[in-house]
Design a protein around this ligand. Structure first.
Ligand code: PEP
Ligand code: MN
Length: 339
């Protein structure tokens, strides 16, 4: 893939001529209109094209190849950070957005209590799984559509948006009816038919890093969604598997500034699945914001000791309230604020 960079004073007609030329050569054009520059990416299927073809066209400033394997997700294609709007909340802007709620939706009361508590403490988005990818087939698998209904009602009652996991392409439509963000779980990060299915919608997607995936693989999975036409991808660092036993996974905090440098997409951190331990969530959340994360997704349960999944890493509402105060200070120190 290469990108055609238009001159600052190029006209709309010159840009559309370039687009038409790209199409006539059998490539797919991808337009990125930044504040300063208009860039048109050529996505092909391995075919080569002579840069001269475009260099001679009026309005064209330069033609450069993109060397990274991810194209649309990279900063070369789009220099400005993407800001993704979810029900009026911006993710990827100055504000740090907090998503919180239980691991799973268990019943009406539990999700309503969780929603009320996290909204009161300042979260904007309610999390909760209705379809759960569990390590053991004998563990609680979620309430399915009934869970989605409870989740939506609880979020609406507390003025929150909803993020919840979708596990298969056939369920994208159903989950999309109840949620504002479609979550792709770590175990499905490279489920390409699922990535394609969410890529064909325009719903924001929360793409979690696989347990054994590199940062480049995460960005390539994002690329799948983008190349299917959905630009609204939010990345999530949730820890990777390592030899360390004191934590459930190892939080790769460096992934945050690395992704920020390579990609224009927002990235949030999940300290709950990264550590698996309640007493580490506050420190890791502060750390994530200091490193430049655009948000957090945190498990909070009204009664963690009774949780059907991930109780040991779920915060009590009181702990979560304190966390929100603590991360506010870090956000301020790095020129951001919790929204
Ligand atoms: C979750 O957030 O509900 C979850 C299952 O996390 P992960 O996919 O990161 O394991
Ligand atoms: Mn969980």
């Amino acid at each position: 893939m290469m990108i055609v960079i238009m001159k600052t004073d190029s006209t709309i007609k010159e840009t559309s001529n370039v687009i038409r030329k790209i199409e006539s050569l059998g490539f797919q054009p991808h337009l990125s209109k930044g504040e300063k520059k208009t860039i048109i990416g050529l996505v092909g299927n391995g075919k080569k094209v002579d840069p001269e073809t475009f260099l001679v066209m009026p309005g064209v400033e330069n033609v450069v190849p993109i060397l990274h394997p991810f194209k649309l997700a990279g900063r070369e294609f789009k220099a400005e950070s993407s800001v993704i709007s979810v029900n009026g909340t911006s993710i990827g802007a100055r504000e740090v957005v907090v998503m919180a709620g239980p691991c799973s939706v268990e019943n009406r009361d539990q999700i309503h209590q969780a929603a009320e508590a996290v909204a009161k403490a300042g979260a904007r988005i309610l999390r909760g799984g209705a379809f759960k990818p569990r390590t053991s087939p004998y563990s609680f698998q979620g309430l399915g559509e009934q869970g989605l209904k409870f989740l939506r009602q609880a979020a609406d009652a507390s003025g929150l948006a909803v993020v919840t996991e979708v596990m298969s392409p056939q369920l994208v439509e159903l989950v999309g009816e109840y949620s504002d963000i479609l979550q792709i779980g770590a175990r499905n990060m490279q489920n390409y038919t699922l990535l394609e299915a969410v890529g064909k919608t325009s719903k924001p997607v929360l793409l979690k890093r696989g347990l054994m995936s590199t940062i480049e693989e995460l960005l390539m999975s994002a690329e799948y969604i983008l190349s299917n036409g959905n630009p609204n991808v939010i990345l999530c660092e949730r820890g990777i598997r390592s030899f360390e036993k004191y934590t459930r996974n190892t939080l790769d905090i460096a992934a945050v500034p690395i992704v920020k440098k390579l990609s224009h997409l927002p990235i949030i951190v999940d300290p709950s699945h990264a550590t698996g331990k309640r007493d580490l969530i506050n420190a890791m959340s502060r750390c994530a914001i200091a490193a430049g994360a655009d948000g957090l997704i945190i498990e909070v349960h009204p009664k963690p000791e009774e949780a059907l999944s991930d109780g040991a890493q779920s915060l009590l509402p009181g702990d979560f309230e304190m966390l929100m105060v603590d991360i506010g200070k870090v956000a301020e120190a790095v020129g951001r604020r919790i929204c």
